[in-house]
Design a protein around this ligand. Structure first.
Ligand SMILES: NC(=O)c1ccc[n+]([C@@H]2O[C@H](COP(=O)([O-])OP(=O)(O)OC[C@H]3O[C@@H](n4cnc5c(N)ncnc54)[C@H](OP(=O)(O)O)[C@@H]3O)[C@@H](O)[C@H]2O)c1
Length: 238
């Protein structure tokens, strides 16, 4: 029975992914939430034999990822087949000369340090052929400079690409890559769209999620692993 862990599942792309995996039969979907008791996680439908299991993973509290693995073990979950490090914040815009350093420090902790801590906590539970996905962004692409004005956020997502490539070579038994979900209609995506003078982001959550799941299903050590892949399966620039 596959166990799929996704962080940041109470809204946006994470919620879309959680709903889609929970619709697959005989799957445990582990919902990583900042505060599982807050009531922020909507009820999701589960297929026959599937379960949704909430666990506290607060990206601002770095040791919480390791504690979450201990909690899961007490619930009989002793392996994880797919991890999607999805939770992030994206509100650090502007160029280097003006980037708010406190905001950048927070983005660094939530978007880089926390996924790294999650990786360290999960690896001992990941069997051969399991998959670890680092949620990246088009904002990570260094070639796009100077057309981008989101240095603080972009630097953190660029780091996800580094982590993914490093992890691919370091962990020969794990399929791991960074993934760009497209520009998606979520709180984060629509905020960026408004900032760019658009009404909303172009892609629906469902369009992004169905692409992401296809990419994850097709990923092997020879296909996608170690690369930066877009939700439609194309390879992104670094
Ligand atoms: N939407 C896009 O167009 C787009 C484009 C490129 C990349 N991405 C990436 O895709 C991923 C999902 O983005 P989204 O658009 O779905 O964002 P979103 O709608 O803003 O949702 C962000 C999720 O991350 C969680 N999160 C934030 N801070 C957290 C913390 N300290 N601890 C635990 N969870 C925390 C949020 O939980 P709370 O409700 O508790 O805050 C929420 O579930 C992110 O990695 C983002 O960078 C998105």
């Amino acid at each position: 029975m596959p166990n799929v862990l996704i962080t940041g599942t109470n809204r946006g792309i994470g919620l879309g992914l959680a709903k889609a995996y929970a619709k697959q039969p005989n799957t445990n979907v582990i919902l990583g939430l900042r505060d599982p008791n807050s009531g922020s996680m909507p009820e999701i439908e589960t297929a026959q034999g599937s379960k949704a299991i909430k666990v506290k993973i607060d990206s601002g509290d770095i040791p919480s990822a390791k504690k979450a693995m201990e909690d899961l073990k007490t619930q009989g979950i002793d392996k994880i087949d797919i991890v999607i490090a999805n939770a992030a914040i994206g509100d650090c815009f502007g160029g280097l000369h003006e980037v708010d350093l406190n905001s950048f420090e927070e983005h660094w902790r939530i978007n880089v340090l926390a996924p790294l801590a999650l990786f360290q906590a999960c690896v001992p539970l990941m069997p051969e052929g399991s998959k670890f996905i680092w949620m990246s962004s088009g904002a990570s692409i260094i070639d796009r400079i100077p057309d981008k004005l989101d240095a603080g956020y972009g630097i953190t997502k660029s780091s996800m690409n580094y982590l993914a490539r490093y992890a691919h070579f370091e962990q020969p038994n794990i399929i791991t890559f960074s993934l760009s979900p497209g520009w998606v209609q979520t709180e984060m995506g629509d905020r960026g769209a408004k900032w760019a003078g658009m009404e909303k982001a172009p892609l629906t959550v469902e369009e992004s999620v169905s692409g992401i799941i296809k990419v994850i299903n097709e990923a092997t050590k020879d296909k996608y692993s170690g690369l930066h892949i877009r939700y439609d399966g194309s390879q992104s620039k670094w």
